[in-house]
Design a protein around this ligand. Structure first.
Ligand SMILES: [Fe+2]
Length: 167
């Protein structure tokens, strides 16, 4: 093997899926950060579901449940994508708290405040997903790009609905 060939092979070393190894490592870190964001936001929405009170209780209680169920589904698909590309998904809340940009929200029960927190959290989550989707695209990981795009489409629709309900 010539030096030139060896150098080329090193520069394009692929993983078991045929994707560039180093790019996929960096992507796995980004995906675990996203998984951490998802978990903290998910738990915040569960708190809103349990604690919301007032005249909008029946509606918001149901809407928050719909949202946290969707987040839960996304979480599972995201974690299994991390495994599929060859890495370990974080699963301890201590790790999620270290790697998230979201804050835990406690002791909120007012419906409008809960909705505002949901709008803010959805906006943060979608912004992070867009960045990671672009990173996955640059790494030619079309499946991860497609998965995140699907998440973004659904969460943008929910963001639109919660935004309309707050006006
Ligand atoms: Fe419930």
């Amino acid at each position: 093997m010539s030096v030139k060939t060896a150098g080329l092979e090193k520069a394009t070393v692929s993983n078991h899926l045929g994707l560039e190894h180093e790019a996929m490592y960096h992507l796995s870190v980004s995906l675990n950060n996203l998984l951490s964001d998802y978990h903290i936001f998910y738990q915040n929405v569960r708190g809103f579901h349990w604690n919301v009170s007032g005249s909008d209780f029946f509606d918001l209680h149901v809407r928050f449940e719909e949202l946290y169920k969707e987040l839960s589904n996304d979480i599972d698909e995201l974690a299994e994508r991390i495994v599929t590309i060859g890495y370990k998904p974080l699963h301890a809340y201590s790790d999620f708290l270290t790697n998230t940009t979201h804050m835990e929200v406690k002791n909120v029960k007012d419906g409008k405040q809960c909705v505002n927190h949901v709008i803010n959290g959805l906006g943060m989550l979608i912004a992070s997903q867009r960045k990671v989707a672009v990173e996955a695209s640059h790494a030619e990981d079309i499946a991860t790009t497609d998965l995140l795009t699907k998440f973004i489409v659904d969460l943008e629709k929910r963001l639109w609905m919660f935004t309309m309900s707050s006006k």
